[in-house]
Design a protein around this ligand. Structure first.
Ligand code: OXD
Length: 307
């Protein structure tokens, strides 16, 4: 039995709808229903942890997405597991979004849009993929995939992560010692890191200062990676050329937030990519089956690393 749990009411409604559509009847329930006492798995997005703690048979806390920072990992019981969704459609969708973002800067669309507002007819040199150095922070399931795809298209690609990665035609930079060297090359910086206590606030003034002049940021990690005021300052001083922001500290972004009106920022509402809902439900059902059959779980999270 799977219990559905999100403290965000819109998301809770979506979970109910997709489980109705893709899961067998009687295989899922809500946390305050009588069946919840039999639930072994919780399907979660910012779950109500207090409620979940009262469920006696709950062993698996399953994110309905790739990220798990919303699960409050420090509160997971010693006899419980955490899993997340990993899926190839999710990877492909992310690559499409990022490819669009890279082209936006590579082919100067940000400049042309600004020129149009000024009725200014001015050409800029045409960049080819081999002219562009992409830097990817986070080379896990998602970052590693997009890095290799950009490299296969002729982009110069480097990646930065906690451990050395062997990826085709991607230069791997590791740890704090190699971060400055990595940043100094990254004309387009893509953030795809999972959120941990170590990297909260990493996209800050000092990091922006280490990028090449006129670098651009594509922020698809987590809102808490970014010190928002530092980005605004870097854009206003002209050091950073522009930013595409898909995730923000507070979601939804408040209507008064300066990101909305900033001419060098494009905001999208956390839509860079999602796994298809049919896949999300299928992976959770399969992991619940495995849990109850004492089989190894798929995409289990290492609670020490936090991903
Ligand atoms: C995820 C996301 O975690 O979409 O999968 O942010």
């Amino acid at each position: 039995m799977i219990v559905l749990s999100s403290s965000i009411s819109d998301i809770q409604d979506i979970l109910i709808k997709v489980f109705q559509q893709y899961a067998p009847k009687n295989s899922y329930c809500l946390a305050d229903s009588p069946e919840a006492q039999y639930a072994t798995t919780a399907a979660c997005w910012f779950p109500d942890m207090e409620k979940l703690r009262t469920l006696p048979k709950l062993r698996l806390i399953h994110s309905v997405a790739a990220g798990v920072e919303h699960l409050n990992l420090s509160e997971i019981g010693s006899d419980q597991f955490v899993c997340r969704i990993l899926d190839e459609h999710h990877q492909k969708g992310m690559f499409d979004y990022l490819h669009w973002g890279v082209l936006y800067y590579q082919r100067h669309f940000d400049r042309f849009m600004q020129q149009q507002r000024q009725q200014l007819w001015k050409q800029h040199n045409q960049n080819y993929s081999h002219d562009i150095q992409i830097g990817i922070m986070g080379l896990g399931h998602m970052g590693g995939y997009v890095a290799e795809r950009f490299a296969a298209m002729g982009y110069r690609v480097s990646g930065w992560s906690k451990s050395l990665k062997q990826l085709t035609n991607v230069s791997s930079y590791v740890g704090v010692e190699q971060r400055a060297e990595f940043l100094a090359k990254s004309q387009i910086l893509i953030n795809l890191m999972p959120l941990t206590s170590e990297n909260t606030g990493i996209l800050s003034k000092s990091l922006f200062e280490q990028l090449p002049d006129q670098a651009a940021l594509i922020q698809v990690g987590r809102g808490q990676h970014l010190v928002e005021q530092d980005l605004l300052n870097a854009l206003d001083s002209g050091g950073v050329r522009g930013a595409i922001i898909d995730v923000t500290k507070q979601e939804p972004l408040s209507i008064s937030h300066p990101f909305w009106q900033h001419e060098k920022i494009i905001v999208t509402p956390h839509i860079a990519s999602h796994a298809p809902m049919s896949v999300v439900v299928a992976q959770i059902l399969e992991n619940d089956r495995r849990l109850n059959a004492n089989l190894p779980l798929c995409h289990q999270v290492d609670l020490t690393n936090g991903y």
